[in-house]
Structures are given as structure tokens and as C-alpha cells.
Design a protein around this ligand. Structure first.
Ligand code: CP
Ligand code: NVA
Length: 297
């Protein structure tokens, strides 16, 4: 594995290897036997905001012995129109790896191809693979059986998180349900091409029956702000709240964060499940250290 560009491009055994290694990274934090990023300098090139991804990568790279540069895309020539393939060829000659948050999936793929250095997708409009790997690690850490789980994704069923869950379900083999209004469901072609055990419905309550994990994400993803009013109107009701939890009382409640209380999740439910949700956020660090170490072998 040279790059981490999507969940689609991973095999089940690669996913398994990363989430197992994440457990080792977590238990040995502060006393790692090896520092695979020693004498290496990685760049993080971000075109969108970030709290968790930025901090966990910056800390993780340092904890593995490396150095890190944070480059806001608008502060470098990329923001003035220099092509990604030229940026990649420059960075690839000076750096040992790159973590990229951007809009088009093709940009991380082009960066990987032209830079020649390990490249990690830190979120695009299509996928958020680092979040999914941390989430699978968290679900297993919390004692759920990934082979048997039924995960219900609620909200914008065509966003990067939903798409990455589609590929995770397909690669791992667990059951995924997506409850979303008709205008925010993933394309049927994508669902069928994935080959996963996936149900897409607008009936949220029915989809929650027997679910082991209730998972949600923002209704308005980064880059979709101009559609905010339409999205809020359409997605109204696709919320994790007490009524939904009555249907799936033992389910884990998960959120990739940031959370908008009163929109995709109520304030009460978020606080009642904060232990899980912030463990999920912390696990970004451990999972990404596993990814970094796997890419620098
Ligand atoms: N979940 C996640 O990726 O958070 P940030 O946008 O804060 O990095
Ligand atoms: N779907 C969200 C995920 C944020 C981590 C977005 O793209 O803004």
C-alpha cells in the first residue's frame, strides 16, 4: 500500500491490518519502540477547514518522529491557480509524504501520481477514508462485532462519509442501511457497483430497527454552503433523537463531528453519547498513526 486515497481502493485485509495496528499505536502511545517518520518531513495541504484531522495528523506525525508543514492551499501558489500536478512535482522532490484535504477526488489521485510520495486523502467531496478507519477501530474497541453489525447512516446519504461507508460495507461485508430523503440518497449505480449489502430508504424509523450503530454527519458538508437552506428543509427529521433511540435502544451513537445540535442530532443525545463520540474523535490520532506507519514501511 503506497497511498491511502479511498476506502474503495482498500481490501478487507488492508483495513483489518490498519485497525489492528491502531490498537497497538493506542496502547503504546508515548513509548513507541520505533519512530518510522524519523528524518522525514510531511506536508499537510488543506483547502477546507479542519479541527480533528489537522490536529491528529500534526500530532501523529510528530509522535512518529517526523516533521510536518501545514500548508493552507490559499497561502501557496495552488490557490492562485498553479496546477495540482505541478505542485505535486515540486512537493514530491522535497517532502516524504502528503496529507491532502480538498474538493475533487481526482486532485488527491493526481497528486499521488505526480508527486511519487505517499499521499493520504484527508477528505474530499467523495471520500473520508481516515474517518472510516478510525470509526471501524472504535466500533470494534467498543466490543461490537464488525462482521455482524448493522450500521445505519442517517442524513445526507450522498456525502463523502456516506460514500465511504458504502465502500467499507462492501469491502468488509457488514450490513449498511442509509436513511435519507430521496434527493439525498446515493446513486443507485454506486450502491450496486459496490456490491455491498446495502439498503437505501427514506423510512428512518423502519431502518433503525435492530441497528447496532446509529451514525450521522452534518446536513451541509463543506463546499455545499450555497445549498444550505434547501438541505435544511429536505433533511429535517433525519435526526438522531430520543424517538429514534427508542427503536434502537442499545445502539452505539456515532458522529464524525463537527456536530450541529438540533439539526442531525439533538443536544441531549449528543451529550448522553459523548463518551463514544469523543473516543471516536480521539481514535483519529491512533488510526492515522497506523496509516502513516503502514505507508512508510
Ligand atoms: N471529522 C473530521 O474530519 O473533523 P475535522 O473536519 O475537524 O477534521
Ligand atoms: N461531510 C462532512 C464531513 C466533515 C468531517 C463535510 O464534508 O463537511
Amino acid at each position: 500500500m503506497k497511498h491511502l486515497l479511498s476506502i474503495e481502493s482498500l481490501s478487507r485485509s488492508e483495513i483489518e491490518e490498519i485497525i489492528t495496528l491502531a490498537g497497538g499505536m493506542k496502547s503504546s502511545r508515548g513509548r513507541h519502540a520505533t519512530h518510522p517518520l524519523r528524518h522525514k518531513c510531511w506536508a499537510m495541504m488543506f483547502s477546507k477547514s479542519s479541527t480533528r484531522t489537522r490536529i491528529s495528523f500534526e500530532v501523529g506525525i510528530r509522535e512518529l518522529g517526523g516533521d510536518v508543514l501545514f500548508l493552507a492551499a490559499d497561502d501557496i501558489q495552488l490557490g492562485r491557480g498553479e496546477p495540482i500536478k505541478d505542485t505535486a512535482r515540486v512537493m514530491g522532490r522535497m517532502l516524504h509524504g502528503a496529507v491532502i484535504r480538498t474538493f475533487a477526488q481526482s486532485d488527491v489521485e493526481d497528486f499521488a501520481a505526480f508527486s511519487g510520495v505517499p499521499t493520504i486523502n484527508a477528505l474530499t467531496d467523495e471520500e473520508h477514508p481516515c474517518q472510516i478507519l478510525a470509526d471501524l477501530f472504535t466500533i470494534r474497541e467498543l466490543g461490537r462485532d464488525l462482521d455482524r453489525m448493522k450500521l445505519l447512516f442517517i442524513g445526507d446519504g450522498d456525502c463523502n462519509m456516506a460514500r465511504s461507508w458504502i465502500w467499507a460495507a462492501a469491502r468488509w461485508g457488514f450490513e449498511l442501511r442509509i436513511a435519507a430523503p430521496p434527493k439525498f440518497q446515493p446513486p443507485a449505480e454506486l450502491v450496486s457497483r459496490s456490491g455491498g449489502n446495502i439498503l437505501v430508504t427514506d423510512d428512518l424509523m423502519a431502518a433503525a430497527e435492530g441497528a447496532d450503530v446509529l451514525y450521522t454527519d452534518v446536513w451541509v458538508s463543506m463546499g455545499r454552503e450555497d445549498e444550505a437552506a434547501f438541505r435544511l428543509a429536505q433533511l429535517q427529521g433525519y435526526q438522531i433523537n430520543d424517538d429514534l433511540l427508542r427503536v434502537a435502544p442499545d445502539a452505539l451513537v456515532m458522529h464524525c463531528l463537527p456536530a450541529y445540535r438540533g439539526k442531525e442530532i439533538t443536544a441531549d443525545v449528543l451529550e448522553a453519547h459523548a463518551t463514544t463520540i469523543f473516543q471516536q474523535a480521539e481514535n483519529r490520532l491512533h488510526a492515522q498513526k497506523a496509516i502513516l506507519s503502514r505507508l512508510t514501511e
